[in-house]
Design a protein around this ligand. Structure first.
Ligand SMILES: [Zn+2]
Length: 207
């Protein structure tokens, strides 16, 4: 069987039944015949919607990187937590490896993924640079597991719970932005899978 022929099939994530893909009507979805699991859905204005969500996520990410995330008031002494002071403290105490790993997991990878996705979507809208779009999509697929900004938020929450008895905590706009980033991430990943993006890619560049 050729690769292009294989593209016409889809495997159910849950029960591994093989299905032949059919073209769906607007707003409908395909379910597994055996276990009713969602296989794929028809996305209207797929590229535009994903692009809009990604741009909002990029703005939220920049906001969360730029401002104080939480302010801690410990008996009248204020300390703010933000990305730059956090990395300054880590490197100042000579935890270089921890600092570099953190820098990649919570700063560089999330930013590279989002910027690559936005660039790929814009090029797909313009129907240009087929090869570059392919490289970008492969890059995103490779590093998407290494974005750990959600784990970073989780660790802030755990620290906050521990500090709750001793200090007053104030959430700032960057904290809200960080939550928005995670929610958009979950929403886009849950609603839109990589096979959807590849399907669009095949459709756009088939000639
Ligand atoms: Zn199934």
């Amino acid at each position: 069987m050729e690769d292009s022929e294989l593209d016409n099939f889809i495997i159910c994530k849950k029960c591994h039944t093989l299905h032949r893909k059919i073209k769906l009507h607007h707003g409908t979805k395909a379910l597994c015949q055996r276990c009713n699991t969602l296989l794929y859905r028809h996305h209207q204005n797929f590229i535009d919607r994903l692009l809009a969500l990604s741009l909002v996520e990029l703005i939220a990410l920049i906001v969360s990187f730029s401002f104080t995330i939480i302010r801690i008031n410990l008996n009248g002494v204020y300390r703010g937590l933000d990305f730059s002071s956090m990395f300054y403290t880590i490197f100042h105490h000579h935890y270089y490896i921890v600092g570099i790993v953190l820098l990649f997991f919570i700063f560089i990878f999330p930013l590279v993924i989002l910027l690559s996705l936005i660039l790929a979507l814009i090029l797909m809208k313009l129907k240009s640079s087929k090869y570059l779009v392919k490289r970008l999509l492969i890059l995103i697929a490779k590093i998407s597991h290494w974005s750990m900004i959600d784990i970073f938020l989780l660790s802030i929450l755990v620290a906050m719970v521990k500090l709750f008895n001793y200090a007053q905590l104030e959430f700032s706009v960057a904290f809200t932005a960080l939550i928005l980033v995670i929610l958009l991430d979950i929403f886009t990943l849950k609603r839109i899978t990589f096979s959807d993006i590849w399907d669009e890619y095949e459709q756009i560049y088939k000639r």
